[in-house]
Design a protein around this ligand. Structure first.
Ligand code: HEC
Length: 144
C-alpha cells in the first residue's frame, strides 16, 4: 500500500514536470513575437549595466550611501533627463543631491557610444523609474 502511494506521488510529480515543460515552450513561442524598440533597447541596456555600472551603482541599483548615488529610484535621473544623459555620456563630478542626500564624487566617462548610452538609460529608467524612450539621436544632440 505504501509503495502504491509513493508510486502515485511519483506519477503526479512527473506529470507536473511535463506541464512545466510545456508551459516553458509556450512562453518561448510568445517571446518569439518581435519586441518593441523599447524592449529591445532595455534588454541591450541590461547587458551594458551588468558590465559597466553594477560595480558602483550595485546590481539592484541602490548605489552605496555616501559614495555612489542610487538609480533605483533616482529623482535626479527622473527630473534631470538631459543632465543624466550628459552624465552617462561624458561623466559627472561635483556636488549633487539625489533623493535628498548629497553626493560629491566623480563618475568618469564610460566610453560607450550614443546607442549604448540610450540603451543603458532605458534600462535604468524603465526598470526602476519611468519615462519615455531615450534614443541615440537624443543622446547625440547632448553636447559637452
Ligand atoms: C566608478 C563608479 C561608477 C560607475 C562605474 C558608474 N557610475 Fe554613475 N555615478 C557614480 C558617481 C560617483 C556619481 C555621482 C557623481 C557626483 O557626485 O557628482 C554617479 C552618478 C550617476 C548618475 C546621476 C545621479 C543619479 O543617481 O541619478 C547617473 C544617472 C549614473 N551615475 C548612471 C550610471 C550608469 C548608467 C552607469 C553605467 C553605464 C554608471 N553610472 C557607472 C559612479 C559610477
Amino acid at each position: 500500500m505504501k509503495y502504491l502511494y509513493i508510486l502515485t506521488l511519483a506519477f503526479i510529480f512527473s506529470s507536473c514536470g511535463n506541464d512545466k515543460k510545456k508551459e516553458a515552450t509556450d512562453n518561448y513561442v510568445t517571446n518569439a513575437v518581435p519586441k518593441t524598440p523599447m524592449e529591445q533597447s532595455v534588454s541591450r541596456g541590461k547587458e551594458i549595466y551588468g558590465e559597466l555600472c553594477v560595480t558602483c551603482h550595485m546590481p539592484n541599483g541602490k548605489g552605496v550611501p555616501g559614495a555612489f548615488p542610487p538609480l533605483n529610484p533616482s529623482d535626479w535621473l527622473m527630473n534631470k533627463r538631459k543632465e543624466s544623459i550628459h552624465a552617462v555620456k561624458y561623466g559627472l563630478k561635483g556636488k549633487i543631491l539625489v533623493n535628498g542626500a548629497v553626493y560629491n564624487n566623480v563618475m568618469l566617462p564610460l566610453g560607450i557610444d550614443d546607442q549604448e548610452v540610450a540603451d543603458v538609460m532605458n534600462y535604468t529608467i524603465q526598470t526602476w523609474n519611468s519615462g519615455e524612450l531615450v534614443t541615440a539621436q537624443e543622446v547625440k544632440a547632448v553636447m559637452k
